[in-house]
Design a protein. Structure first.
Ligand code: SAH
Length: 214
């Protein structure tokens, strides 16, 4: 099937399943070509609602999971967003599509993924700054962030990331066990610097490693 047609079918499925709730998330899924972000041997599965291997034991999440995460992240144009776990780069490009004139910075710890993905993002013409390093330490230079989105399973919200979050900003992560299930959790930073948290659904992500990870 043609990628454009497959992409439209996926969007219909995500809308009818209640995964996509907003026009902005819908338009991002319609605009970003998922087939460009998966390894060549999985290109024909790009628009199936399943996670796919991207090398180095890592995965690109299933589209429905990505849609849920983007919706709870409450993204609007102009926001400054930090993503931890660039992986394939697909989610970073969806975020960039939504925030438009805002800023997206994404950190990856595995060099081979970082190098491959940086090229793909460039080819897609999306405005994403990619950084190689330990994302649990954040990226002080770009702080404060309106949103920090961790796309790997975290034991809890890393302290440096809470510090780099703007007042009123949101931090989103699958929080829980290293293997097995986590709960998709959103923390909103209050005036006193503490977090008010909301827990959404169960999910299963690859682990967040590093200083404040597993
Ligand atoms: N957002 C990605 C999902 C990738 S899976 C996508 O759209 O494809 C999670 C990624 O987090 C993996 O690539 C893994 O290497 C990375 N990761 C794990 N711990 C990390 C850390 N401390 N800093 C940066 N990246 C990390």
């Amino acid at each position: 099937m043609e990628p454009d047609k497959a992409r439209r079918q996926l969007v219909d499925y995500l809308l009818s399943g209640g995964y996509i709730l907003s026009r902005r998330v819908q338009e991002a899924f319609e605009s970003v070509p998922r087939e460009k972000f998966v390894p060549e041997e999985y290109e024909n599965k790009s628009y199936n609602d399943i996670p796919l291997p991207i090398g180095e034991g890592q995965t690109i999440s299933a589209p429905s999971m990505i849609a849920i995460m983007l919706e709870v992240s409450d993204l609007v144009p102009g926001l400054r967003v930090l993503e931890i776990g660039t992986g394939s780069g697909y989610n970073a490009c969806l975020i960039a599509n939504i925030v438009g004139d805002g800023f997206v910075t994404s950190i990856e710890r595995i060099e081979s993924l970082f190098l491959r993905t940086r090229q793909i993002i460039e080819n897609c013409g999306q405005k994403v700054i990619t950084i190689l390093g330990d994302g649990t330490l954040g990226w002080e230079k770009g702080a404060p962030y309106d949103r920090i989105i961790i796309t790997a399973a975290a034991p809890n919200f890393p302290q440096p990331l809470i510090q780099q979050l703007a007042c009123g900003g949101k931090i989103i992560a699958p929080v829980g066990a290293r293997s097995g299930l986590q709960m998709l959790t959103v923390g909103t930073k209050l005036k006193d610097g503490s977090l008010s948290t909301n827990v959404y659904c169960a999910c299963a992500f690859v682990p967040l490693l590093g200083t404040h990870g597993f």
